[in-house]
Design a protein around this ligand. Structure first.
Ligand code: SF4
Length: 446
């Protein structure tokens, strides 16, 4: 990486899985507003459903998720009952409108729940919201919690995509993050998934973890490639101990420096591309025949809460504590606290407590950022029509500097990120994101 690009690496930019980012959600959105928005869903509007299961058996020290270590399964069963109730409440507002085309279980650890309890949630979604026959079901799995016979049971429930939290296979790294799981365990999981007919196996990998070195991370990537997942996410670990006290268990001295982080990401990228994987956006990879890679070729790739996706639904309903919904321009996030979430639902209330309504300008910036992150190219003309002159000047100055540094090139209002700078696309997006460049949030002004 060119030395003049290092300053862009140190920028803390949103992941842009929503726009505006959840950092800008506030209590101006409440349950009543969300309820009204649910009533605007069209009869056959495609919906994607996200179900948050916030329980884990053990704490991984790097974790940034909304989760709780829970040793009492009965408490998890109470939570499942609340999720079922929330689905029924949402269903009343929808009044038969909307058609779920995908369901994604995330966490926490969805397979903390036994397959029968996951099945109860799916059955309720089917009964209350009406899953389409070809709806795609995906689930995130902790390999350490897989029980005998789980994969055939999950496959029988209709899950076709399973995502394993692999992170790193080196024993020293695993010890430093408090997540011990052997290569053999992952290998057995993949083999059992294949035997159950799962042909969309995804791995999550993290770089920037304590004790990672180019040598041990290269070995991890080599083993990962040998296991042949159909798609991978390679995320950078964000160390934010002041916001996430659990990360204080990680020794700062063990963390790779910024330039080594880049080396780790680069070596994973080179190894995966050499092995035949296709780059998907800036941090996903897929085999050429995987639906994600096909979506890239057909220019259907999109960005949503799960990262890069080929999901056709633009509207999504999140159920469970902290889950986020996006319906026709409105983001609504549920109570994060599990007890408060259950109490709201037990009182037959929608548990949404915060969010944001997108302005016209937000819509325009969101489209430009999504296109930039998915295709590394976008047109800024619509953005400039929503900018005050001083903002246009500010954006232009920022982009001029990026062009001089060799990150981007421009043809009129079309902005293209150069091939070797794709990993910096979020920094480029931040140059025209008013929530980032403005001293005060500007997006509400238009
Ligand atoms: S299993 Fe996942 S959600 Fe649970 S603590 Fe570990 S990283 Fe966090």
């Amino acid at each position: 990486m060119k030395p003049s690009w290092h300053k862009y690496l140190s920028l803390r930019t949103p992941r842009y899985t929503s726009y505006p980012s959840a950092l800008y959600f506030d209590d101006s959105v409440n349950a009543a507003q969300f309820g009204e928005k649910l009533k605007t869903v069209d009869l056959y509007q495609p919906l994607s459903i996200y179900v948050h299961i916030p329980f884990c058996r053990q704490l991984c020290w790097y974790c940034g998720c909304n989760m709780r270590v829970e040793n009492n399964y009965n408490r998890a069963l109470n939570y499942v009952d609340a999720v079922l109730d929330e689905i029924r409440i949402v269903s009343r507002y929808l009044g038969g409108a909307g058609r779920p085309v995908s369901v994604h279980f995330g966490g926490g650890t969805p397979n903390y729940l036994q397959a029968d309890d996951l099945g109860r949630i799916l059955n309720t979604i089917e009964l209350e919201l009406g899953l389409t026959d070809d709806a795609r079901l995906a689930i995130e799995l902790d390999p350490r919690l897989i029980r005998e016979g789980d994969f055939p049971r999950l496959a029988a429930l209709g899950f076709t995509r399973m995502s394993l939290g692999v992170q790193d296979l080196d024993p020293d790294v695993q010890k430093a993050i408090n997540r011990i799981q052997s290569f053999e365990l992952i290998e057995n999981c993949v083999s059992a998934m294949r035997k159950s007919g799962i042909n969309d196996v995804a791995f999550d990998i993290l770089y920037g973890l304590p004790k990672q070195t180019p040598k041990n991370f290269a070995a991890t990537i080599e083993k990962v490639i040998a296991l042949g997942p159909d798609r991978l996410s390679v995320f950078g670990y964000a160390h934010l101990p002041s916001a996430l006290p659990r990360q204080r268990m990680i020794n700062n001295q063990d963390l790779p420096c910024e330039s080594m982080r880049r080396d780790l990401a680069d070596l994973a990228d080179e190894a995966l591309v050499s092995a035949g994987y296709v780059r998907i956006g800036f941090d996903h990879y897929a085999k050429p025949d995987n639906p994600l890679a096909i979506a890239v070729r057909e220019k259907r790739l999109r960005r949503n809460f799960q990262g890069f996706t080929d999901d056709i639904a633009k509207a999504s309903i999140g159920v469970g504590a902290s889950a986020i919904s996006f319906i026709n321009g409105l983001y609504a996030q549920n109570e994060k606290d599990i007890r408060s979430y259950c109490s709201a639902v037990n009182s037959q209330r929608l548990p949404a407590v915060r969010g944001v309504v997108r302005s016209t300008r937000d819509e325009v910036v969101a489209d430009a950022i999504s296109q930039l992150l998915c295709e590394f190219k976008t047109d800024l003309s619509a953005i400039f029509t929503h900018c005050a002159p001083h903002e246009t000047e500010r954006i232009t100055l920022g982009l001029n500097a990026m062009e001089e540094d060799g990150l981007i090139c421009r043809h009129g209002t079309t902005l293209i990120i150069n091939d070797d700078a794709h990993s910096l696309c979020r920094a480029v997006a931040a140059a025209f994101d008013p929530y980032i460049y403005a001293e005060k949030p500007l997006a509400r002004a238009v």
